[in-house]
Design a protein around this ligand. Sequence first.
Ligand code: PGA
Ligand code: ZN
Length: 445
Amino acid sequence: MAKIRKIHAREVLDSRGFPTVEVEVTVDSKKESFGSSQETVTASAMVPSGASTGEGEALELRDGDRKRFLGKGVLNAVRNVHEKIAPALLERDFALPVHLDDAMRDLDGTPNKSKLGANAILAVSMAFVKAAALAKGTTTDQYLASIYGGTGTLLPVPLMNILNGGKHADNGLAIQEFMIVPAGFEKFSEALRAGVEVFHRLRKILHDKGLSTGVGDEGGFAPAISEDKPHEQALTFILQAISDAGYKPGKEIFLALDCAASEFGNPEGGYLFEGKRLSSNEMVAFYSDWLQQFPIISIEDGLSEHDWAGWQFLTEKLGSQCQLVGDDIFVTNPIFLKNGIERKVANSILIKLNQIGTVTETLETMKMAAQAGYNRIASHRSGETEDSFIADLAVATDCGQIKTGSASRSDRLAKYNQLLRLEERLGDRARFAGIRAFYRAGKFN
Ligand code: PGA
Ligand code: ZN
């Protein structure tokens, strides 16, 4: 049981310099060494924010007051925590996070958390999990593992977004994320080191070509590559960086894409890609060619969230060769995911807590995905904070993969650093997911 004694919210800033919600939750903690005296513990959490958001995401409540932070203030969400959520939860005992999350969902009463704001609700939900873990004398990852039923010992493969395009950069690349996947290693820390070394090699390649080495929102480089096939050029640079760092592409380090295709999908159908207007089938043909040319093991949002028929075709054609990840199309929502499983759309799901708005529903979606044989990737947002909750979530749920950006910017490194701590703490019990995490991808079976 964790009785809530205090809830305090404030407006803080995310990695893009826009406001977000931070919440501190204080709960009772009966420490036996203190006899019967009542102690309390406090934990805090901050919520992230996306740029290429799916339409079905839970509502991020922004003030819209143009005089503050260009309308992006979150004082209304903060007020909702103080004036609506806290009075409903204070002095109540919640045995499990699901009870607290259900209470907030009831209080909100809308399907997309639009009354109280998903940013208000999620901050309380995450902070409660952390506080309850402390009260039980355990850590967030191990507490979450006990709730989820995971082993809490599997370190995820990092999907590191070292070259940024799309909405996260101003460089004309339609594809949003070019990731390296150091899966062919024995330990998480070795995989991470390899990825970081490749990142530094890529910097040198870009610099020597006279291209910008400035970074985009997720810490990857954002060069303006003006070839007629800029995406293939980007992939070629990355392959070169892997070799320059002394690693074997397609054996130790693989490639992954997040196309975020909802952003370049045309509302009337079709896709504006590399100066041409392409159909869904033509996009699939593009990806199919790339799978032949490059060691790509994962493609996220290859088609738009509105193109379910195209997604079915994509999954039928490439689903046995490659991990196909639904982000915008599923928005971490069990209802959308169920539909996707039934219609054979994608074979994997991106997991973002703030798309759905509570820890409990996030775990529910992860469980449903696991039971359907879909791979799960715990993910950051492009607007992040120093909160490393998703690192704990990834280990707690044995999901085997994490997407948390490049090897620069502390908002991204905070998650990798937490995973290093967890690996160290687990000691001999730590396992690294490795290439097995991608086993659904046919060519690795
Ligand atoms: P977002 O980008 O946080 O801007 O949505 C990340 C992603 O699309 O995976
Ligand atoms: Zn995405």
